[in-house]
Design a protein. Structure first.
Length: 313
């Protein structure tokens, strides 16, 4: 019997071996290598000798004003998450109704998700153009002075440019807000929409029938029937959106603003890129990456701890 089991295991091991080798070489290996590099002074320009520096990179990082400024930038770009999640839910509720041609509408709303992210960003860059962009064209025709969008350091929270402070002088609409608006638009009709549509489809119809017999109106039906049933999906979307938000910002800033103006659109992932591939400080960049990983891990634990109580298991 044992020989028969062993003979069945080896073919499975051989089939899994290529995937396992690929995982070790291209995923686990580089991750562990970056962890080791974060404790060194590795510099591709060899401006400093290679040496094991222990926690020096981490200590320098905690005293790095740019790191905290870019951390604030990353958090700022995440303020659109509640709006994108709510928008995806509202759109899913509308698209879950039984109407003629509804599959076509669902396809049209999800179709932009198949488009390359770079192509969408270039399109939005043209839309936000201060001189001939259609967004400013519409705003100007409403009798309002349009913002300079991608070339403005102003923002709705008044975050200052060179230090972690808030002031009325920086209040307004600028590059950060343009990225937030674009992020909300791309997230509303994306994967969150599909998740909510699937969750709404799985809500038992007899619950709606019972609510109707009890005389519940649409809002009462949503709050007491639909919302409790889709809470696990909302919790999952919240956790994944938080992780994606902390990891995000690079593609938008690289293509749309190049981190400008005055580095106000540089996120932590973009800072890792700048340190690694423009300043060639690979050890310091690895330290930033692992600090970011620690932030994401802690934030996920917090979401899991308090989110399970709010949204249910």
């Amino acid at each position: 019997m044992k020989r028969a089991v062993a003979s069945d295991i080896w073919p499975a091991v051989l089939f899994l071996l290529p995937n396992f080798i690929g995982f070790v070489l291209f995923t686990a290996g580089p991750v562990l290598f970056s962890l080791g590099a974060s404790f060194t002074s590795w510099d591709l320009q060899r401006s400093v000798p290679f040496a094991f520096t222990g926690f020096d990179n981490l200590i320098a990082l905690l005293h790095d004003d740019k790191f905290w400024l870019y951390f604030i930038n990353t958090i700022y770009l995440m303020i659109g998450l509640p709006f994108s999640i709510a928008g995806a839910l509202i759109l899913a509720l509308l698209l879950s109704r039984k109407m003629r041609g509804m599959p076509i509408y669902r396809t049209l709303f999800y179709l932009p998700s198949f488009t390359s992210g770079v192509a969408l960003i270039i399109l939005w860059k043209a839309l936000f153009n201060a001189d001939f962009g259609p967004i400013n064209y519409v705003i100007a025709h409403c009798g309002i002075t349009p913002p300079n969008w991608l070339w403005s350091t102003h923002n709705l929270l008044g975050v200052e440019v060179d230090r972690v402070r808030f002031g009325l002088a920086q209040w307004g609409l600028g590059a950060k807000d343009a990225l937030v608006i674009m992020g909300i638009w791309t997230a509303v009709g994306g994967n969150n929409l599909l998740l909510y549509l699937a969750a709404l489809t799985n809500v038992p119809q007899d619950l709606y029938e019972a609510a109707g017999l009890d005389g519940a109106n649409k809002w009462q039906t949503f709050w007491n029937v639909t919302w409790p049933q889709i809470m696990p999906t909302t919790f999952f979307i919240l956790v994944m959106s938080t992780i994606g938000g902390l990891q995000g910002g690079f593609e938008q800033a690289k293509v749309m603003t190049q981190g400008k103006p005055a580095n106000t659109t540089v996120s932590l992932t973009f800072y890792i890129y700048l340190k690694a591939f423009e300043e060639y400080q690979m050890g310091y960049a690895s330290a930033i990456a692992w600090v970011l990983f620690s932030m994401i891990f802690v934030m996920t634990l917090i979401n899991w701890r308090f989110g399970r109580e709010s949204f249910g298991d």
